[in-house]
Ligand binder design. Sequence first.
Ligand SMILES: Nc1ncnc2c1ncn2[C@@H]1O[C@H](COP(=O)(O)OP(=O)(O)O)[C@@H](O)[C@H]1O
Ligand SMILES: [Mg+2]
Length: 143
Amino acid sequence: MTEEFLSRSPEETREYARRFAATLQSGDRVCLKGQLGAGKTEFMKGIAECFNCSGEISSPTFSLFNIYHGSRRGEPVELHHFDLYRIERVGELDAIGFEEYLFGPHIAVVEWGDRFAEYRSSYTVTVFLDHAGDTARRIVITR
Ligand SMILES: Nc1ncnc2c1ncn2[C@@H]1O[C@H](COP(=O)(O)OP(=O)(O)O)[C@@H](O)[C@H]1O
Ligand SMILES: [Mg+2]
């Protein structure tokens, strides 16, 4: 199932991401793909807004991953946010136990999730963001 949206601003991307996040369940693994600056982190911010933990979001490019504790309708939601941009070999992921963080009772969102072939089939949903002009982005969600 594929869904497409043309975002005209960072705000529209976050709003679309908030609506998308409302459909996520614990155990979902989201692959965010697209070039640098396509809006993957912006989209992640929208997801975090949906779970009331948007204040802390930054790109985990240097820390590899962040864990946020949010909530939805009074229920706790755990959100794992990864960025594989700086990972050079899949062995580095195996070494930190990436698979255990990915597959667990939480929602995982992985920027550059398509970087390593070994993990490409691990996701329950893929979000592709593409430049479509200065402040326009094409967003394609595939489940
Ligand atoms: N429609 C849009 N959606 C998302 N980001 C946009 C949009 N228009 C402009 N931008 C800008 O593009 C940049 C996207 O950065 P970021 O989300 O960090 O990208 P990525 O994580 O994919 O490298 C931000 O500076 C944001 O303000
Ligand atoms: Mg990013």
